[in-house]
Ligand binder design. Sequence first.
Ligand code: DP6
Length: 421
Amino acid sequence: MMAAESQNWVLMVTAQTPTNIAVIKYWGKRDETLILPVNDSISVTLDPTHLCTTTTVAVSPRFHQDRMWLNGKEISLSGGRFQNCLREIRARACDVEDTKKGIKIAKEDWGKLHVHIASFNNFPTAAGLASSAAGFACLAYALGKLMNVKEDESQLSAIARQGSGSACRSLFGGFVKWIMGKEDNGSDSLAVQLADEKHWDDLVIIIAVVSSRQKETSSTSGMRESVETSLLLQHRAKEIVPKRILKMEEAIRNRDFASFSQLTCADSNQFHAVCLDTSPPIFYMNDTSHRIISITEKWNRSEEAPQVAYTFDAGPNAVLIARNRKAATLLIQRLLYYFPPSSDDLDSYIIGDKSIAKDAGINGVLDVEALPPPPEIKDNIPSQKYKGDVSYFICTRPGRGPVLLSDSSQALLNEENGLPK
Ligand code: DP6
């Protein structure tokens, strides 16, 4: 097959892919295997500097089987979703030549060659943030590059989709729509970019990682149960989401924060209402999540225009989108007032883009007692505080799509043997 004087070569590619947060939610499949949704969805891609997956994929005639390591631990590739992604990418592989290394792989050889995959999340998996979205997007993107696949990002998104639905939206930066499609084979169920990350760069995103002891229902089984039992889901998919999608596209196009935040909050609340309408009911939000909703609702209503939007996925963490930096600093002050850190160590309590906390006048050690109560609660004293209910905050912003990392020092696999470094 290869012009290989030796069979010892290892060829590899490393890519970095962001995660995303839906502002119009995907909840419910019409096809479980192909992962085809019952409605369109829209997301914001999060800055990969703070939340991303890095994946190295390698091929070598020395490899005897496909293998994968996630955050340093070997995991099984036998699951149907991995197999579907690998099969779809392999089917599109083309000739590859690396003259420097004297490697030549013909299109038809890819079926016989095995791959090694190493993936790493730059955020704690335990935080319950959607890691499968960035993970499968990165897998599809990196394998596509390694195998010289000619398909564009939208077509790659239809492959990432078969790993995890929300993953298809991580093939682009900025604002992304997953078009549900009509075809039974899923060929038209793919992601498109609505606007890039520069289009609306005032937005600041603050994620409250909420402390929780309970093991949540997975999205996959949760949405299956909703499809089977919730009439509200049927109504939402048919009557509500199509109109909301149009309004959300318009809000994004016009950078209309009032409309954007109204739609985002309403759609998150409806998704959780569908969960409650499921039998047996599913609870993803907890008391802390509800408290964060009340705090932001109260603040928004006390201002002339909404300052912040909230949205929650299949867990208690809040994703808060502030209209601009000023609003973000006011939001941070409010969040710290209600949810003071358990220790004085603010440096590990507010992570990500530290400049937001600095703008808010919050540096180093915080005198929690010195924070004044937000004006909107002045009359209803005494206001309670909830120390320890938030594990930490991540400050970030809308970000770019996948990129290749060409610096070999960033590779997760060893160039000599294709095993994890
Ligand atoms: C609540 O993409 O994790 O985050 O397709 O079964 O892998 P599978 O589910 P997944 O579901 C995400 C659901 C959500 C909403 C969203 O991201 O749109």
